[in-house]
Write a protein that binds this ligand. Structure first.
Ligand code: COA
Length: 323
């Protein structure tokens, strides 16, 4: 039988790589859980956290399956943040590890980055695994920063003046809000855009985006937050998938306000835990999170292509982890 045009044939085995379809989602999700569970020695490390369905829904053209004999055996997802591109989760069925399937699943995401023209590429992985580091090195990535996935218990904080939720804006005002977010992210790193993330969180009902207004006409901060089961947060958790404040003098104060606003959103949604990733290339932001009670529950390393810091430097008050 002639394979579909979108499929690529592997050299040796009958491994094919093709776009991930809606009908593949259950299987891909199951493999994702089993693969991480096997690697981490934990039966179900994700619980009610969802990556496969939410990332597929955010951009089905950037979601890929590997198949053997027509059966899905792994998947990978590319994410487009404007000038920044990252990928994952990449997973392969454990009984098929070390046969080159992970590498095959790198090809389509690298093709996405080429097509999108992202300037800086990255990923989050396990710092202690030589296999992971070598797999990604072959595609031009180099390990740079430890990245802490942190959590704290939510307390009922005061309302934060100037906070607006993207999801509460009338539809007619959303394009302007997205422009403000683009301007803020672009001030952090030229071309950085969280637009797809903001829209996906809203459209899929995964959570909401905090827009922090200050005295100026520009935004002081923004935070894309996932809330609860079925999102990237999981039951009882508010997860700050991306947060940033306007750089410059007083950025640290704006960062404190943004953290207050995230905690407040979690409390309003009745969520008991606030999760946020902090790249250790941003020491002051990290210290401020520790000072307010955040503790690290998972630590990994970000790998970068090219081998440059991107927006992970001391003056960037950004929350993210590229998981
Ligand atoms: C990570 C994962 C996707 C890799 O998939 P895979 O199909 O086993 O990977 P591949 O066989 O394509 O590539 C692994 C490469 O690492 C190399 N490698 C393995 N151990 C190594 C070591 N100790 N030192 C250096 N290289 C090593 C292998 O030789 C292989 O390269 P080769 O093809 O030239 O032999 C898979 O193991 C998985 O699902 N793990 C659990 C989930 C996970 O950790 N996902 C990634 C999160 S960032």
């Amino acid at each position: 039988m002639i394979p579909p045009a979108a499929e690529r044939e592997s050299g040796a085995a009958s491994v094919m790589v093709r776009p991930l379809g809606e009908a593949d989602l259950d299987r891909a999700d199951e493999i994702c859980r089993v693969a991480f569970g096997t690697f981490l020695g934990a039966p179900d490390p994700f619980g009610t956290v969802d990556y496969v369905r939410t990332r597929w829904a955010a951009d089905p053209r950037a979601a890929f399956a590997a198949t053997v004999g027509g059966e899905v055996v792994g998947s990978n997802f590319a994410t487009n943040w404007g000038s920044i591109g990252f990928f994952g989760p990449l997973t392969v069925r454990p009984d098929l590890w070390d046969q080159g399937i992970g590498r095959r699943l790198m090809e389509p995401v690298m093709d996405c980055f080429n097509a999108w023209g992202n300037r800086h590429l990255g990923l989050f992985t396990f710092a202690h695994s030589p296999k992971h580091l070598e797999l990604y090195r072959r595609y031009g990535f180099w390990p740079r920063f430890l990245t802490a996935i942190m959590k704290k218990q939510v307390t009922d904080g005061a309302a934060v003046p100037g906070r607006v939720l993207y999801g509460e804006l009338p539809a007619a005002e959303r394009p302007d809000a997205l422009s403000l977010c683009r301007a803020l992210a672009g001030a952090v790193y030229e071309g950085l855009s969280l637009e797809r993330e903001i829209v996906a969180a809203h459209a899929q009902g995964l959570g909401d985006t905090i827009l922090l207004h200050g005295a100026a006409s520009e935004l002081d901060g923004l935070a894309v937050c996932h809330c609860g089961a079925g999102s990237e947060a999981g039951t009882d958790v508010c997860f700050v998938k991306f947060g940033a404040v306007r750089p410059g003098p007083e950025a640290a104060d704006r960062f404190e306000r943004l953290l207050d606003a995230c905690e407040r959103l979690a409390a309003e949604r009745g969520l008991g835990q606030l999760d946020a990733g902090m790249n250790l290339g941003r020491p002051d932001a990290y210290r401020r999170m520790i000072d307010r009670g955040f503790r690290t529950w998972l630590q990994g390393v970000t790998m970068h292509r090219p081998n440059e810091p991107g927006y992970s430097h001391p003056d960037a008050y950004v929350i993210d982890d590229w998981r």
